[in-house]
Write a protein that binds this ligand. Sequence first.
Ligand code: NAP
Length: 313
Amino acid sequence: MEKSKVLIVGGTGYLGKRLVKASLAQGHETYILYRPEIGVDIEKVQMLLSFKEQGAHLVSGSFSDQQSLVNAVKLVDVVICAISGVHIRSHQILLQLKLVDAIKEAGNVKRFLPSEFGTDPARMEHALEPGRVTFDDKMVVRKAIQEANIPFTYVSANCFAGYFLGGLCEPGRIIPSRDSVFLLGDGNTKAIYVDEDDIATYTIKTIDDPRALNKTIYIRPPKNILSQREVVEIWEKLIGKDLHKSSISEQEFLASLEGQEYAEQVGLVHYYHVCYEGCLTNFEINGKDEREASELYPEVNYTTVEDYMRRYL
Ligand SMILES: NC(=O)c1ccc[n+]([C@@H]2O[C@H](COP(=O)([O-])OP(=O)(O)OC[C@H]3O[C@@H](n4cnc5c(N)ncnc54)[C@H](OP(=O)(O)O)[C@@H]3O)[C@@H](O)[C@H]2O)c1
């Protein structure tokens, strides 16, 4: 079967650049939306040029110019959007409604993967304010996709390893301490950590796979389903030293939201649901409209938590 042509939107972003690399590595003709708003952001321009050298096509298009989006979408079979959705950086999830309109108008797209790549928003109806905005906005986009009858795959990637393992699951840290750690509650709630390059590899695998059509694909590498305590133990083994541990109760954690900036509060609520509630692991994947990536693609030699953490030594 011929491989689909892919357009990546948000291709210079934290996840987007990995999607570009994975798409090229898996042999897809790869297009990247190149936005005029890039201005004089030299880092982005250099990154785009290096992708071009590696064989990607740059397509000019802007969210302020609907026809340019339609034209870009018409070039490909599959559109993957990795637009920003982390409030401490930027949150543009609803801009995707313009992309959905463009895909609908173009009428040629065989699969759309919206910017999701985290907790499954469909399972977060109960989420706390203000963090629920991420899930609510992602559900607005899903509704638009489904109303427009656009074939889709939703990728639920669980915890980006850089954010969660980097800080030993402590919000506000992305480099692991060699001295002390705050455990969230008893530190025994299981979460799932995925190397961002693996997220990209699995995502690209889904795009031509009929088993992923109109499904949610959860990325749950079995060895990476661990509690915060287990993550800390792995780090302690790597550095050959025990960390001093203190614990933050659920009540203290929630009380700590008050007085924080809005963007920080959003992030803290996400940590609350992952690390106290266990929202990533407290359900079974149903096997009908939900599938698991490491089961679908056993050939992917995913990065274990221990291997990921070695980079911080
Ligand atoms: N599960 C987790 O732990 C986790 C962690 C982080 C993120 N995520 C999810 O992953 C997805 C991608 O997030 P990210 O952190 O990779 O994003 P990011 O690096 O912050 O941004 C990605 C891209 O969004 C585009 N963008 C930003 N503002 C824009 C605007 N005003 N108009 C048009 N495009 C704009 C830019 O694309 P250009 O390249 O065109 O400039 C940027 O490179 C989100 O859905 C997010 O929620 C999950």
